[in-house]
Design a protein around this ligand. Structure first.
Ligand code: UDP
Length: 324
């Protein structure tokens, strides 16, 4: 297939491109390099530009003629979305709408959205399945939910087939060590721990140890980036046989506290890691764990790397020798 990957210079997008190339697909990447890295674009042709630029999209679509668009390009930091919601609505909502409109004008083209557990807001259940109410508590979650709603209406009105994949906490890196997580600034727990272990960052501050959880720190469901990529392949295959508007939650269904992640990282790195206990971070729910039974039943998706230590090991390999 001809597959257009927006945000293909970013963390999950670049892993997706590698996987698509291994499966023999033709790839074009769109990325404005606002947060991505040109060195991560190693598979397929590269078009530098903004998904919100209609003329740019026309040029890329006319030349490449995509049969599927995998849309990773987005702003994705909760705290930033609280401080600057306009950036999130402009990039994630207006930009996505422009792209979805272009897909609508491309007969036969299907759409896969990188969505997020942040669309659910405060959890009302131990594990979150697709029936959980969507009540996002920040502009990031709201912006992604708006795009999911647009996709539902575009299926109802125009028969544009789509899948929304709600990631829980993406982590880990490709086994080659050639690509991995590289955000500036880095806000995510596992890369922060590993960069601190390498002496490139301050010791990690644990954001709150007074939550109502087994050790007082927040619980998250960490899912390997390669498993997320596999779900995109499974989603594409499913869409071909079952055109519609679909959504799936993607996680391992098992939560780990921040302290448990620190303990696992200690075992991987092989020495004690210093950390401090700090204040809670605004907008953090105590616990976010997926119920991914639907993806397992319908997409036949099975995470290949569910072990936390294996996941951290793959990230460690990347951080020790990262190229960008
Ligand atoms: N966290 C932390 N210290 C950090 C970064 C994150 O204690 O320096 C905690 C955060 O409060 C959350 C978990 O680690 O409970 C995962 O946070 P991350 O930013 O990686 O992902 P998010 O859950 O915000 O998508």
């Amino acid at each position: 297939m001809n597959i257009l990957v927006t945000g293909g210079a970013g963390y999950i997008g670049s892993h997706m491109c590698k996987r698509l190339a291994e499966h023999g697909h033709r790839i074009a990447v769109i990325d404005d390099l606002s947060t991505g890295h040109e060195q991560a674009v190693r598979w397929g042709e590269f078009h530098r530009g903004d998904v919100g630029d209609g003329e740019f999209l026309d040029r890329v679509f006319e030349r490449f003629r995509p049969e599927a668009v995998l849309h990773f390009a987005a702003k994705s930091i909760v705290a930033e979305s609280v401080a600057d919601p306009a950036l999130y609505y402009r990039t994630n909502v207006a930009g996505s709408l422009r792209l979805i409109e272009r897909v609508r004008k491309t007969p036969g083209c299907v759409f896969v959205l990188s969505s997020t557990a942040a669309i659910f807001g405060r959890p009302q259940a131990e594990r979150i399945d697709e029936t959980h109410p969507c009540a996002p508590i920040n502009a990031y979650g709201r912006s992604k939910l708006m795009v999911e709603n647009i996709l539902a209406e575009y299926w109802a009105a125009y028969r544009l087939p789509s899948v929304s994949l709600r990631y829980f906490n993406a982590a880990g890196a490709d086994a080659s060590g050639a690509i991995g997580e590289a955000h500036t600034p880095e806000t995510h727990l596992i890369p922060r721990i590993l960069e601190a272990a390498l002496g490139r960052a301050e010791p990690v501050r644990v954001f709150g140890a007074d939550y109502d959880t087994r050790d007082g720190t927040c619980i998250r469901d960490y899912i390997h980036v390669d498993d997320l990529c596999q779900a995109h392949l499974d989603g594409l295959e499913y869409l071909r046989a079952h055109p519609g508007c679909h959504a799936f939650n993607l996680g391992n269904g098992r939560g780990f506290t921040v302290r448990e992640v620190l303990d696992a990282a200690t075992r991987v790195v092989g020495r004690r890691l210093a950390y401090q206990i700090g204040e809670r971070r605004p907008g953090d729910p105590a616990m976010l764990v997926a119920d991914a039974a639907r993806a397992q039943q319908i997409l036949h998706w099975r995470p290949a790397h569910p072990q936390l230590e294996t996941l951290i090991e793959s990230a460690w390999r990347w951080h020790r020798q990262r190229a960008f």
